[in-house]
Every structure is written in C-alpha cells, then in structure tokens.
Design a binder for this molecule. Structure first.
Ligand code: PEP
Ligand code: MN
Length: 339
C-alpha cells in the first residue's frame, strides 16, 4: 500500500505513520516528493484492510493499493524519474546521457589503463570492465578477480572515471563493493535472488541487466528484490533477449525503453554490444537507444579487439567508438540532452 501524506504534513506526522506501519508488521519506505512525501508499506499483501486504517492518522491524505506486483520500483509509488549517483560526479537519469565504456574483461593493467584513457578522451563518463566473468563455458577465461579490481581502481585513479564491474555471487559482493563504484548484475544472474538480496545491502548503486529470457515484469521484480533490502540506487539495463532470430547474438528490445519509462521511475541503460554481438551493429543501436529515451549506454570498447580474451567480435575499436560518440552527441542534443 502507499500512504500519501498531505502537502503540508511535517516530520512529526510522518514519523508517527512510519511507527504505526512497523507496529503492523510492514516495512516502511519513505519517498520524498517535490510537494509531498509518500510512504510505501511493504509486506504481506493480505493485510490491506489493516493498513487502510492509517487514513485516519494526522497528516495522511489517503491510502492506496499498489496494483503492480513490484512496489518500490513502480511509477505508481514515485511519479518523478529517479536519478542514481555513481562515484562523486556521475548522475544516471539526469539531463546527461551517461556512456559507460571499456573492455568486456580486464586483461592487464596496461590494457585497462589504455582503455580508460581512450574512452575518456572520446567522451565516456564511466569505465566498464569485468574482473569476475560469468562464462558459458568453464574452459573460457574467467577473469582476473581481485587483481582485476585493483587494476580497475588504478585506471579510475588515473582518469577520474568511476567504474562498473560485475559481481557473480553473494560471497564476493563485499569484496567487489570495496573497489567498485557500481556493481553489475549480469543477465545470467538476474534471478539469483540470494545475490540480489546481498547487493541490496551493499550500499553501492547497481546496474541490473535483464535476463535473456525475462519479461519486463520479472525484470522489475528483480529490481524490487534489491530495493526491498534498502538499496534504491538501481539502474535497469536492457541487453538483448533470446528470440528465434540468429542474425544477431540476441534481439535488442528497444521497445523496453518506453515500456520501462511508463512502468517505473528507475533509469534505463542500453547495452548494444551484448544486444547485437557484432560491432557493425553497435553504433546504430546507440543512436536509436538515445532517440528512444535511454538514460545511458554501456558499450564494449577494446584497444585491440582481435586479441580480446572475451567478446572481441562485438567490441568497438577506439576510433570507431570516438566517431560513434561524435554522432551520438547530435542525437542527445536533438532530444534536448547532452553527453
Ligand atoms: C558483460 O557485461 O560483459 C556481460 C557478461 O553481460 P551480460 O550479463 O549482459 O551477458
Ligand atoms: Mn562482454
């Protein structure tokens, strides 16, 4: 249920409502709005009638059911789009389109530092790179693990770019959160509920990828797992879904952008690299994503894709990335935004 406070209600009224919600056995989540606060009461759906009685409390305007199964992620609870801060100076969901770029995997200190410098020069504001890799085959490169995280941290220190990197199990969440500015939940783990709960407690923003066979509703339920643990810093990432089509690695579902924009207040990022699996298709999907309202992009860029340990065929060479960024700027500006 959502408890909508009156426009003039003060902290005292709000505290009383929060106390009562807890007494009734629900978890309160306060969402501050521009004119009024709303409080989500999350818990057993069967207690709706009991919560309805909060309408009699001082400062309460009304109590409404949340119709969607996802609550904290729903635009019913929060109408204004959310902004998620990463590091000290990146905001996802604002007027700037955030471009995260870098190699699929961290391979060496030189490789990640070179990548960070060149993506920064082309205008990216975040670095990406995998240190723990969730590979389909156990015989493929699995990542440099903590050594890779140290290299990413060094690249950040040298360039000032905050970085996003994947975490693949609950046991390593604290370790990854010690180094990273943003934690990525990969497509293969997007319904690993133990992992989602754990990153919900880590205090860092989360880039949640859509699973390759996940409906939008299931995607938002995964976001809800993270948010219900107290972490509101969730950014949704569409990265392609499995269809009958084999010309591309996955089918990038660009219609997910307007659908998500209607159903949730969370920012939306597009990954055209895994979405298509082929560097030829990456730039057009970047332009289309921005034109359709995406808040950001995550793009694989490698200084030498032919020698990449993973995902070389879909990685852009530095020059191609820089050219893509130049044109992308025009699409962002046409939409009243900037890079
Ligand atoms: C990645 O970002 O390198 C990755 C493995 O992505 P996904 O989980 O979308 O396949
Ligand atoms: Mn990859």
């Amino acid at each position: 249920m959502i408890i909508v406070m009156k426009a003039g209600a003060g902290k005292k009224d709000r505290d009383e409502v929060v106390k009562r919600i807890k007494e009734l056995g629900y978890k309160p989540h306060i969402i501050h709005g521009t004119t009024r606060d709303v409080i989500g009461a999350i818990g057993d759906e069967r207690g709706k009638l009991v919560l309805q009685s909060l309408e009699n409390m001082h400062g309460v305007e009304n109590v409404l059911p949340i119709l969607q199964p996802y609550k904290l992620a729903s635009s019913e609870v929060k109408h204004e789009p959310s902004q998620v801060k990463v590091g000290s100076n990146v905001v996802i969901g604002g007027n700037k389109v955030v471009v995260m770029a870098g190699p699929c995997s961290v391979e060496s200190e030189e490789q990640i530092i070179e990548s960070a410098k060149l993506v920064k020069e082309a205008g990216a504001t975040m670095l990406r790179g995998g240190a723990f890799k969730p590979r389909t085959s156990p015989y493929s490169f699995q990542g440099l693990e903590e050594e890779g995280l140290k290299m990413l941290a060094k690249a950040r220190d040298l360039t000032g770019l905050p970085f996003v990197t994947e975490v693949i199990n609950p046991e390593t969440v604290d370790l990854v959160a010690d180094y990273a500015d943003m934690l990525q939940i990969g497509a293969r783990n997007s319904q690993n509920f133990a992992l989602l709960k754990k990153v919900g407690q880590c205090g860092k923003p989360i880039l949640l990828k859509r699973g390759m066979a996940m409906t939008i509703q299931e995607f938002l339920m995964s976001a809800e797992y993270i948010m219900s643990e107290g972490n509101q810093g969730v950014v949704l990432c569409e990265r392609g879904i499995r269809t009958f089509e084999t010309a591309t690695r996955n089918t990038l579902d660009l219609s997910a952008i307007p659908v998500l924009k209607l159903k949730t207040h969370l920012p939306v990022v597009i990954d055209p690299s895994h979405g298509t699996g082929n560097y030829h298709y990456v730039a057009p999907m970047c332009y289309a994503a921005v034109a359709a309202g995406a808040d950001g992009l995550i793009v694989e860029v490698h200084p030498d894709p032919e020698r990449a340990s993973s995902d070389g065929p879909q990685s852009l060479k530095p020059k191609k990335f820089a050219a893509m960024m130049e044109k992308l700027r025009l699409f962002a500006e046409a939409d009243g935004r900037s890079l």
